[in-house]
Ligand binder design. Sequence first.
Ligand SMILES: C[S@@+](CC[C@H](N)C(=O)[O-])C[C@H]1O[C@@H](n2cnc3c(N)ncnc32)[C@H](O)[C@@H]1O
Length: 254
Amino acid sequence: MENKSLINNELYNTLGERWYTAFDDPVALLRQESKTKIPWVLEKVKALKPSAEKLKVLDVGCGAGFLSNRLATEGFDVHGIDLSHDSLCVAAKYDVTRKVKYQEANAYKLPFADAQFDVVTAMDFLEHVEDPEKVVQEVSRVLKPGGLFFFHTFNRNWLAYLVIIKLVEFLVKNTPKHMHVLNLFIKPEELERFCNRSQMQVLEMTGIRPRFSTITLKSLLTRTVPENFAFALTPSLKLSYLGLAQKKIDQVAP
Ligand SMILES: C[S@@+](CC[C@H](N)C(=O)[O-])C[C@H]1O[C@@H](n2cnc3c(N)ncnc32)[C@H](O)[C@@H]1O
């Protein structure tokens, strides 16, 4: 097992425009995967929060804004926080609405008052911090009662180690060492426990997997991510999973 502190979060300061353009880097996997994750999030938000009011959304560890920028085009009032100044600059550059409020901040100490947001998202993020429960507590603190928390992370088992860490290192060039660390992956039942202890109830989880049929011979030979590489939802939570939790509404004593 690897040491927890090995996680390489510095790499997000080196990507620049490559967040949006590179295919010879694992960031292309994140970008392609977001094409399946974002519609899932949007569908759930619209179903569960059909209010006419402008929803206030916080994207924690927003990176270069794949989700934040898309949510802003849907008319939501979006805030994005991340530790990586460089990534936030790229995110702002690709925000066609020019309305997302990007801010450098640490997810352990969100710079917002309690009960501010209708929706908080943390996509491909909780496995990048050593104390994910502390982040979940912060998420719950800033969520309004009844607010929604969307997450995406990786399960912790040897199959996930082989596919998400080793196979990616083998198949995609420029994969930095310790981009992911097995010990920081999170079992679905652990994440559910963190949510429960922070007054949030998990409503749904779904797996997400690569469509291996979209791998091409050229991509294998060049060790790049195919431009049409796609992901699909799957019932299995074995590798990578998305989820949705709701902040409990305080019961008023009769
Ligand atoms: C894999 S990227 C995910 C980016 C984005 N959520 C997405 O799905 O495209 C992880 C991000 O977490 C950020 N990060 C790591 N630790 C953080 C922390 N303690 N607080 C805020 N952001 C952090 C990194 O800078 C990086 O942008």
